[in-house]
Write a protein that binds this ligand. Structure first.
Ligand SMILES: Nc1nc2c(ncn2[C@@H]2O[C@H](COP(=O)(O)OP(=O)(O)O)[C@@H](O)[C@H]2O)c(=O)[nH]1
Ligand SMILES: [Mg+2]
Length: 279
């Protein structure tokens, strides 16, 4: 039974096409859904497990045992790269969703803020290097939405075993991102990684709840939008329950993203109507 459930979830994601969950997009432009792929932004400090998650999804959806995203890599000083990884849409000419692996936001400041915004707005694409010295043309308000380019849902990664969680240094660190997500009404799921290490340390239920609460103070996600995850490690066994858990989280993220797309299409339509009325 469990095996077929996991197989169904895997199959769903492998063939997933944008719009398949919500289905009804009354305010979409003609052909828009066919052109759009869901863009899932992975944020979080270096070492929180974002790149490992890309590889974990690849393993769970496609059964691939290889490193797509470079784990534990740090960008050269002053440089940030955004990497996109397409999944789903098997048999069609475009992926159904993309995971956008970000890095380099450990350094605070105006430049880092601009980069985060540019990624959220879709002004930085795959493999593009960001020269921190140069200005990036992006809206600080995030009003000029380009639906097919911007991010539709955020997975915010927190390392469950990170001692900085307790000290509270995290909270202020990514407040800018939190504000931006709030302003955009962006659905955010909190992913607490290194669950295997927590289990190995004999973490109690109470301690887990405390970690959820600490993570919530950083990301603002509710408890029911917070998930513990163990990432897949090359050549290590990865039990079916863990596969199922990862597939479930991806599907929840896609659902949220489709709702974002539908909401923004409706907002766009309302906006255009207002503009027409005032002309
Ligand atoms: N034990 C364990 N190690 C993990 C987990 N997720 C990531 N790691 C390790 O943590 C380190 C940082 O992971 P990485 O994916 O590069 O983090 P990123 O900087 O956010 O992309 C690597 O050595 C990973 O192997 C996990 O769930 N459990
Ligand atoms: Mg990384």
């Amino acid at each position: 039974m469990a095996g077929s459930e996991v197989e169904n979830a895997r199959c769903f994601l492998k063939y997933y096409q944008t719009g398949q969950i919500v289905k009804d997009f009354p305010d979409a432009h003609r052909g828009e859904m066919k052109r759009t792929d869901v863009r899932v932004g992975l944020f979080g400090l270096t070492g929180s497990g974002k790149s490992s998650f890309v590889n974990t999804v690849s393993r769970c959806v496609e059964g691939k045992d290889m490193e797509l995203a470079m784990v534990q890599s740090s960008g050269a000083e002053g440089t940030v790269i955004l990497e996109e990884f397409g999944f789903g849409g098997e048999g069609t000419d475009k992926p159904g969703f993309r995971l956008l692996d970000t890095r380099g936001f450990d350094i605070l400041g105006e430049d880092a803020n601009k980069e985060m915004l540019a990624i959220l707005n879709g002004d930085i694409r795959d493999g593009q290097f960001i020269d921190r010295g140069k200005s990036i043309k992006t809206s600080m308000l995030g009003h000029d939405y380009q639906l097919s380019r911007e991010i539709h849902v955020v997975l915010w990664f927190v390392k469950g075993t990170d001692p900085r969680l307790e000290s509270g240094t995290y909270q202020s660190h990514m407040q800018f991102l939190r504000m931006q997500l709030l302003n955009r009404a962006m659905k955010t799921l909190t992913i607490i990684t290194h669950d295997d290490e927590l289990q190995r340390k004999g973490c109690t239920e109470q301690q887990r709840q405390d970690i959820v609460e600490l993570a919530r103070q950083i990301t603002g996600s509710d408890r029911d939008q917070t998930y513990f995850v163990t990432n897949y490690m090359m050549e290590k066994p990865f039990p079916t329950e863990r596969v199922q858990q990862v597939l479930d989280i991806v599907k929840i993220a896609l659902n949220a993203a489709e709702h974002t797309i539908r909401m923004r299409q409706s907002k766009r339509k309302q906006h255009n109507r207002m503009v027409n009325l005032s002309n």
